[in-house]
Design a protein around this ligand. Structure first.
Ligand code: CO
Ligand code: ZN
Length: 331
């Protein structure tokens, strides 16, 4: 699974530019699913037929990652940029970004008037080493992501874009290892989550599932002076109760907890005071869909070097497989 995670996290795929990630995932799921298709938003669907085809389950993980987009190239060939999704200025100066064609850029910083204030993106620029505007290979509208190689050491993994390629990896691995699911199950790899759960909005509308689960990362409260939070890495997958975008269906949440306990998988309960996931869009589609979230605890979310625990990832696969292989209980 490590090789798959390396391939997925190192791939290029800011919101709206998911094609390279979609190609990797398509190659992985082709031989595993009964049907593979895409839609007009760029979502990728892999259907696995269930024992009972009168019900549908939907599990989703988003393919896109945060990034930056070029807004202007000056006469000397330096590119100004804006954010795609929740990019924080603190991690940017000195970071390396990569464009769709593999071109690298270094993020530079203007001379600062006030060194006590965190500069915003308008004080920064991407330097691709161009000599002037005319010969600059980067154009307005080009998008880039952080460039960082995957690393694994003593059971912890470090990479960019665990949000949410680790969710994509969990879905693929579940599809690969699980027995036949209880219901017709749509493994959906969504587009444009980081800019407002846009892919999941139409995916859930199209599938009309009986229940839906998003698999995504959650920040943790286990680093120095972090915002207090009851989630840490290495303590098992987190079952979401609430975030800023949704309150999880009570019956579905209780069923997820019961299943984890029956299968003997450690779990944590997640109450997140900011952010949300695809489940927020899935919950409010059509007449409303019972929706929940299986979260992979992740440190340093939205930084160029996020961190997860390998055991949490393995247990997330086990929990998702256990959930999908049994009839849902929403009591
Ligand atoms: Co995110
Ligand atoms: Zn995410």
């Amino acid at each position: 699974m490590k090789e798959l995670v390396k391939k997925l996290t190192e791939a290029y795929g800011p919101s709206g530019f998911e094609a390279q990630v979609r190609a990797i995932i398509t190659a992985e799921v082709k031989g595993l699913a009964d049907e593979v298709r895409t839609d007009g938003m760029g979502n990728l669907f892999a259907l696995k037929k269930g024992r009972d085809s009168s019900h549908r389950a939907l599990v989703a993980a988003h393919m896109d990652e945060i990034g930056v987009m070029v807004t202007h190239v000056d006469k000397d060939g330096f590119a100004r940029f804006t954010r795609i999704g929740g990019v924080r200025p603190l991690g940017l100066p000195g970071a390396r970004v990569v464009f769709a064609n593999g071109l690298m850029g270094s993020i530079g910083l203007e001379k600062l008037e006030d060194r006590t204030k965190i500069p915003d993106l308008d004080k920064m620029f991407i330097d691709v080493g161009a000599k002037d505007k005319e010969s600059c290979p980067v154009k307005v509208g080009d998008a880039a992501t952080f460039w960082q190689p995957f690393a694994a050491q003593h059971g912890r993994w470090i990479a960019k874009a665990f949000d949410d390629r680790i969710g994509c990896a969990v879905l693929i691995e579940t599809l690969r290892t699980m027995p036949q699911p209880a219901y017709d199950t749509y493994f959906v790899f969504t587009a444009q989550e980081e800019v407002g759960v846009r892919g999941a909005t139409v995916a859930a509308f199209g599938v009309e599932p009986d229940y839906a689960i998003a698999v995504d990362v959650t920040p943790t409260g286990d680093t120095p002076e972090s915002h207090p939070m009851n989630v840490g890495i290495g303590k098992g997958p987190a079952i979401k109760v609430m975030d800023r975008g949704m309150i999880v269906h009570q019956g579905l949440k209780d069923w997820m907890i019961r299943t984890a306990e029956e299968v003997g998988i450690p779990y944590q309960l997640e109450v997140l005071e900011f952010g949300s996931t695809d489940a927020m869009a899935m919950q409010t589609t059509k007449e409303g869909v019972p929706a929940g979230v299986l979260s992979i605890p992740t440190r340093h979310v939205h930084s160029p070097s996020e961190m997860v625990d390998e055991g949490d990832v393995q247990n997330s696969v086990k929990l998702l497989a256990a959930l999908l292989s049994r009839p849902v209980s929403l009591e």
